[in-house]
Design a protein around this ligand. Sequence first.
Ligand SMILES: [Zn+2]
Ligand SMILES: [Zn+2]
Length: 156
Amino acid sequence: MTDQELQQLVEQLSLEYFGRKFIHKAYFNPRLRTTGGRYLLKSHNIEINKKSYELFGIDELRGIILHELCHYHLHIQGKGYKHRDKDFRDLLTKVGAPRYCSRIEENIRKYNKMIHLYECLSCKQQYPRKRRIDVSKYRCGKCYGFLEKINVPMKK
Ligand SMILES: [Zn+2]
Ligand SMILES: [Zn+2]
């Protein structure tokens, strides 16, 4: 996904969920590490961590964007845009966004715990699992191919 595609997605979600235009910039910031995204008070821009998309997919990305858009729209309207503000919490609930920008941290921790990784020998689909599975009993969910356990380097 490019910055331009991200920009389009943010604009689209803004109209769809908030009924308001997003008129600033949204882009991936490769320096973000532990947070999924952030809203910049000065420029009104939204920065997104690309890892959150690469690791957890489009649903995770949409959640992060909706969260940042809650900060954005409330701030622009002069309402309570901070995590502890009632306006903010109410709006999050209304649009179904996750409560924290830093959900990625939690998810990366979860992901790192899935130390058993299996790969389909035919289609190369990967299956991270918390527990060991018996490869003689389970097959690939996509193509019914045989699975093989691959070693994952332990992360901190
Ligand atoms: Zn936030
Ligand atoms: Zn397969």
